[in-house]
Design a protein around this ligand. Structure first.
Ligand code: GRF
Length: 199
């Protein structure tokens, strides 16, 4: 059985699009399937992408203690949760229930340039201001702290002389679109193996 994946997104949803397209493939649809896209923002373009791909969508209140989100995930029998441009903290009860089964992608090489408030252009501005010659992509497991869960995969991306935050963001985003779906696939395979072992 494919792992049932929920994507949480509150922004433009380009990673969501890459994930949907990756698993819309005859050899990968057995591994994972995006069954739900949920957002705390009813006007998120990600929800439009989901609807266009005929994927169920849900809206939840990020100020809730997680009960609403957890009920939604359980109603859709979600095995694994993927954050793709979702900025709020995941409530502890959801982290606990989906322990080691929630992934996030961050557009820098964690543990540097992460933490609360480090998102979007701020990340890339901080990298450029630091004078570092490389940044990158990190996929990590979500725990109770912002951007501090165990790292699953990283990929380096060069910072070019004269880069603006927008230029660096675009270079990194194109790598995210390649790395994230493949890491999700890898984790889904491990989950499938684990569920077979525990039967
Ligand atoms: C990405 O840069 C991701 O690393 C970060 O939020 C951004 C989401 O972009 N967590 P998109 O909505 O997937 O286009």
């Amino acid at each position: 059985m494919p792992s049932r994946v929920a994507v949480l997104a509150s922004g433009r949803g380009s990673n969501l699009q890459a994930i949907i397209e990756h698993f819309d493939n005859i050899s990968r649809e057995r591994i994972a399937k995006v069954v739900l896209v949920a957002s705390n923002r009813a006007d998120s373009p990600a929800l439009i992408r989901a609807a266009t791909a005929s994927i169920d969508i849900a809206h939840f209140d990020a100020a809730d203690d997680g009960t609403q989100l957890l009920e939604t995930l359980q109603r859709f029998r979600v095995d694994m949760v993927v954050l793709a441009g979702y900025l709020k903290r995941i409530p502890p009860k959801v982290v606990q229930e989906y322990s080691s089964r929630i992934l996030n992608i961050h557009p820098a090489l964690l543990p540097d340039f992460g933490g609360e408030g480090m998102y979007g252009a701020r990340v890339h501005e901080a990298v450029i201001a630091s004078g570092k010659r490389e940044s990158g992509v990190t996929v990590h497991v979500v725990n109770d702290e912002y951007d501090r869960g165990p790292i699953v995969a990283q990929w380096r991306v060069p910072v070019e002389p004269g880069d603006t935050a927008d230029m660096l963001a675009a270079r990194i985003l194109s790598v995210e679109h390649v790395v994230y779906p493949r890491v999700i696939e890898m984790v889904a395979i491990l989950l499938n193996v684990e569920s077979k072992i525990s039967v």
